[in-house]
Design a protein around this ligand. Sequence first.
Ligand SMILES: [Zn+2]
Length: 169
Amino acid sequence: MEPRSAAAAGKDFPYTARTTCYVEVHEDGTVTHGGGHAAYERAVAGKSRLFAVWPGEWSSHLFVIDDLDEYAKAHGIKHDEERTGLKEHVHDVQWEPNPYGESSPRSPYLSVSVTLDCGCEIHDLRTFAAQMKAQQGWDVATSGGWGSSGAPGGKREYSLRVRRRSLTG
Ligand SMILES: [Zn+2]
């Protein structure tokens, strides 16, 4: 069976779907299962080749991961501005306690309303949380609800939960 090209499938390729299984073929012919960061490094170095099995409804297809850049972006190994909506810079963040947020005074988390003056948008909360941890020391809750509001094309307002103590720094 000739493997298909994941690169040809572009952004539609389900790199991170739970049903996508990765197979790594090493230089010596050994076959191991699973992708991840180490597998990516080996593939980039030419020490192995990565394949993915994409189970279809009627049959499974074998794909060769021939766009390692796209693979790395999908898995968060490389920063992806398009997927996350976030530039790799220090964000210009405005925030205030969210008056409509449900945060009990006893909760370690405070509901805050956040706007980004730098033009970024939050499409991926985990990436934003990691950036804010590094930039301002914020502990942004990544489990549970978060949301955004605002007119299309206008500035978006995000409602997030941040650990109180990390806000006052
Ligand atoms: Zn930004």
